[in-house]
Design a binder for this molecule. Structure first.
Ligand SMILES: [Zn+2]
Length: 209
């Protein structure tokens, strides 16, 4: 499938995020595909958790705009047998990072996106209430791209600056808050690499900003 939309190079994405940050709950300089699948966060729910996911549509295929369509209820369900299983399902995430490193934002961080479903973090249920969801285009067993790690690190730095209650120990996988029900981002996600890069780049951020 061909890739639609504006392409950001990894370098551009990093520069954009480092310099621009968040405005009114939206990452500046990032393409928006606004999803209706969201609602208000309940009162007194400070954003304090970052949840990493994966998705590919059809499963195992990359590129194209099917994820964007799924998150905005515009997917043609005749295109793949798997799509019958997800017909009528209304979900979203705040962000998607494609294999190329391109970022799409669907929901303002101020709103509750519908990414985690039934979930518990340290005895607290309904993680959507107080979290930001980031989808990586991919699968549990397939290594993520260098571009995705680069962009995810930049986004993480940006979000932890904007929402300081997201401490490093409050960045987790969907598999950790919905065990037995969800397996993403899976074995392929290299947490050590991710956290090492966050720490390494933290020193640079004080220089840049
Ligand atoms: Zn997930």
């Amino acid at each position: 499938m061909t890739q639609h939309g504006i392409q950001h190079t990894v370098k551009d994405s990093v520069i954009t995020l480092s310099n621009d940050g968040v405005l009114d709950g939206w990452l500046k300089g990032v393409r928006r595909v606004v999803s209706p699948n969201c609602n208000q966060r309940p009162a007194d729910n400070e954003i304090s958790l970052l949840v990493i996911h994966n998705i590919s549509l059809p499963p195992g295929q990359y590129g194209g705009d099917h994820i964007e369509r799924f998150f905005t209820n515009r997917l043609d369900h005749s295109l793949d047998p798997f799509y019958k299983e997800i017909e009528g399902v209304e979900v979203s995430s705040h962000l998607l990072i494609k294999r190329t490193g391109e970022i799409v934002q669907f929901v303002s961080f101020d709103e509750r996106a519908w990414h985690a479903g039934a979930s518990t973090f340290k005895t607290r249920e309904n993680c959507n209430d107080f979290s930001i969801g980031v989808e990586l285009e991919g699968e549990d067993e397939v290594p993520y791209t260098d571009a995705q790690y680069e962009v995810l690190v930049s986004i993480t730095r940006c979000l932890t600056k904007e929402y300081p209650a997201i401490s490093i120990d409050r960045i987790i996988g969907h598999q950790d808050i919905s065990p037995g029900r969800k397996t993403d981002p899976g074995k392929a996600f290299d947490w050590e690499r991710y956290f090492d890069q966050i720490k390494a780049k933290s020193d640079i951020s004080t220089e840049v900003v």
